[in-house]
Design a protein around this ligand. Structure first.
Ligand SMILES: [Zn+2]
Length: 65
């Protein structure tokens, strides 16, 4: 059994997709050490910069699944 931690995705609790406007559809994971937000319902995908990460830090509540 191998646990693949590098591709682990976490749902962002209470987050709304800016593209399809659905709730609890955004996942958060790291790609090449950069944090990425991605929607599981549509094609929305956003790589967060350090600045954006800090700006949004207080509002992001990550729920481990
Ligand atoms: Zn979406």
């Amino acid at each position: 059994m191998t646990i693949e931690q590098s591709t682990k995705k976490q749902f962002i609790a209470g987050a709304k997709c800016p593209q399809c406007n659905q709730l609890d559809v955004l996942v958060f994971y790291r790609e090449d050490a950069k944090p990425v937000r991605e929607c599981v319902e549509c094609s929305f995908r956003e790589v967060l910069t350090e600045e954006e990460k800090q700006k949004n830090n207080l509002q992001i509540n990550i729920k481990t699944i």
